[in-house]
Design a protein around this ligand. Structure first.
Ligand SMILES: Nc1ncnc2c1ncn2[C@@H]1O[C@H](COP(=O)(O)OP(=O)(O)OP(=O)(O)O)[C@@H](O)[C@H]1O
Ligand SMILES: [Mg+2]
Length: 398
């Protein structure tokens, strides 16, 4: 289709607005192109639509939390958080627009539903009360590093249209006896005065102190203060805590949270959605994205974002168009810069050291479904090489 790249850019800009009418028109255009047998352009628009849908998946439009439910003064830029008495380090930072400048989180459907349910409770307060319950006010997000926990917590707050008081662990934890507990109490007092979400990121830093055998009395004091303050806050505002080390948390602290939401490393489908979103404005063939997801393996969203950024940088620096072949040459060049390709038996290592094994593993990887002709294009080799390598691989594994 003539001038399709311009049309594609227009569609991308339009979809960025999140306007449903634009989405409908892009869908119409995709369907017309499909009817006109322009499959390539139709597929490109389809990928654009899917990527944007995943980005905006943590949708529900903002739920307005009523002032009667989350009470307190309005936070403004002039409100200053308390500081540690000895070091003068602030105990928190105020984020008036907690999701400003951040991308939308992309998660698998199960997690998506859990997060959406949490937000939607605040839009059904009367119905919940008729059943004798209140919307949940506390949530613990836990899981491996870089999976988007902080991003998700800040997006949750923004979906509730509430600012965030983000606790600063470096300000809270003090080496002076009794000071950490006092800082915690001051932080909660401050948070309880305002309409906000209290975000306790890297929460284990407080619970972790239990490990220190010389500090028994102090640790008890800190955990007790935490428990008392979490209890007192349960009817006041919303609290989200985050940890990578859920095993370190005091069980009594753990119980204080109603929702325990595990944020896992992304599965294949989620990795594909992430790559589609992170690689924009590139819009790659589905098989190419699948092969990239296969090379990267079970990595976090944060690693995938770095990978996508490096890939785009690589293309620009080499002055190449994003053909499947150029992309794969670029991937090979960047794997060592990402510390990938050293682990035996991984797709990244195969790609660098044993192309036949890479082909065999990719073709036979369950659920991936890359076509042989696409793989031949990416690796710039003949289709007969692909079928030979695939056959050899199945003989070996049998
Ligand atoms: N699920 C995701 N969806 C979209 N982007 C993601 C996701 N996970 C990670 N990212 C990208 O990685 C960045 C870092 O994510 P974030 O800091 O939220 O992870 P985290 O789980 O809090 O990590 P840590 O445990 O190290 O604190 C995000 O700003 C985003 O660019
Ligand atoms: Mg984090």
């Amino acid at each position: 289709m003539e001038h399709f790249s311009v049309i594609q850019s227009l569609c991308r800009v339009g979809l960025d607005t999140g306007d449903e009418r634009v989405r409908k028109q892009v869908e119409r255009l995709r369907d017309r192109l499909m009817k006109a047998a322009d499959k390539q352009c139709a597929d490109t628009l389809d990928r654009l639509l899917t990527a944007k849908q995943s980005e905006g998946a943590m949708a529900p439009s903002v739920v307005q939390v009523s002032r009667a439910l989350v009470k307190g003064e309005e936070l403004t830029a002039n409100v200053h958080p308390p500081v540690d008495r000895e070091t003068s380090v602030p105990l928190a930072e105020v984020l008036l627009h907690p999701a400003a400048g951040l991308p939308s989180p992309i998660h698998n459907e199960t997690l998506q539903l859990a997060l959406t349910a949490l937000v939607n409770e605040w839009g059904k307060v009367d119905e919940l009360r008729a059943m004798g319950v209140e919307p949940s006010r506390s949530c613990l997000l836990y899981g491996p590093p870089g999976t988007g926990k902080t991003l998700t917590a800040r997006t949750l707050a923004s979906k509730l249209d509430l600012p965030v008081i983000n606790a600063r662990i470096d300000g809270l934890v003090s080496s002076f006896l009794g000071t950490t507990a006092r800082n915690i109490a001051n932080l909660f007092d401050f948070a309880n005065r305002y309409r906000c979400v209290l975000l306790l990121d890297e929460f284990d830093a407080l619970a972790k102190m239990r490990d220190d055998p010389h500090e028994l009395g102090e640790i008890k004091r800190v955990v007790n203060t935490l428990l008392q303050n979490l209890d007192a806050r349960s009817g006041v505002g919303l609290t989200i805590a985050i940890t990578n080390h859920q095993g370190l948390l005091d069980t009594a602290v753990w119980r204080r949270f109603e929702n325990h939401i595990r944020v896992e490393l992304p599965d294949l489908e989620t990795r594909l959605a992430m790559l589609n979103a992170f690689l924009l404005p590139l819009s790659l063939e589905a098989d190419v994205t699948k092969a990239l997801a296969f090379v990267v393996g079970a990595r976090s969203g944060s690693d995938l974002r770095t990978f996508a950024d490096m890939l785009k940088r690589g293309l620009v620096m080499r002055g190449e168009a994003a053909t499947p072949q150029a992309l794969f040459a670029s991937v090979k060049a960047l794997l060592p810069r990402l510390g990938m390709g050293y682990e035996e038996g991984t797709p990244a290592q195969y790609l660098l050291n044993d192309e036949n094994a890479f082909i065999g593993a990719a073709i036979h990887s369950s659920g991936l479904g890359i076509r042989q002709e696409s793989l031949a294009q990416m690796l710039n080799c003949s289709q007969s090489k692909i079928s030979r390598a695939a056959a050899e691989w199945s003989e070996q594994v049998q």
